[in-house]
Write a protein that binds this ligand. Sequence first.
Ligand code: GDP
Length: 317
Amino acid sequence: MNNTNNAMNVDDRIFVAGARGLVGSAIARHLQTAGFSNLLLPSRSEVDLADQSAVEAYFRTQQPSHVFLAAAKVGGILANNTYPADFIRSNMVIQDNVIDAARRHAVRKLVFLGSTCIYPKLAPQPIKEEYLLTGSLEPTNEWYAIAKIAGIKTCQAYRRQYGFDAISLMPTNLYGPEDNFDLESSHVMPAMMRKFHEAKISKAKEVVVWGTGTPRREFLHVDDLAGAAVHLMQHYSHEDIINVGVGKDISIAELAALVAEVVGFSGEIVYDTSKPDGTPRKLLDVSRLHAQNWRASINLRDGVADTYRWFLNYGPK
Ligand code: GDP
């Protein structure tokens, strides 16, 4: 299972699909820091991954040896609920185009990014990898989930039928630089950061947080995910999916208190229970990851502070 001979060398041509996004940009930064000098980081205008012929032409001309497939249509609870067709179709098409072209153009290894929100809604906690497909999905994001499950199955099928070295990672809720801070479509962490920041600036007395505050989530800084993705590209080769998280969770109310403190908002936090809570709890069992000799190292408070610094410099004004 370990020490795959398809590991990357520093001068290999490594394609990060989705290099401008939260995950892809973190993977690109990590690879650059580690000395990989031949990175392929095209923007959407250079290659539209939803366009099969554009993807084909890209692989034919660029001949990457390794692929991190971090391109996906992602969004929070509201966006998933509002644009189900976009979520299912975009993700199916992107992953299908990239995985198939990678296999046909002799890519040595591909890392696919799944997500923990594709486990069953009521999965026992902490969630083990083998719980995938053992129960009904969270209805608010089943469109995204079905697409991602198809991506995992595509990787497994290509490994079985063609011997293609594709692995699938299951990252928990991510946050960090380059996140989406749009209040309608973002995930909870950036949404809270922006709301608390704007309330601090305008001296507002209260901030409205969605749901009851009781759901529990696990948060992983995207730089930790990037470290894990590179480590697993180098050392893990198996059809079994692998969870990537910290193995600890907190309630949305605790998260709100932490983000408010880091941002410096001291007003009241109010809960809008007309908004959905989503899955009650999402905590990963990370023993398989730990068995691969990798652990997250960025604690939540430091990670939130780091993200807030990025938001102040580069976030929406
Ligand atoms: P999820 O992890 O797939 O459910 O996605 P989210 O990150 O969007 O939501 C996580 C939890 O945070 C849910 O219980 C939301 O109701 C709650 N939440 C609280 N305030 C907000 C907010 O302003 N935006 C979002 N997206 N979620 C919020």
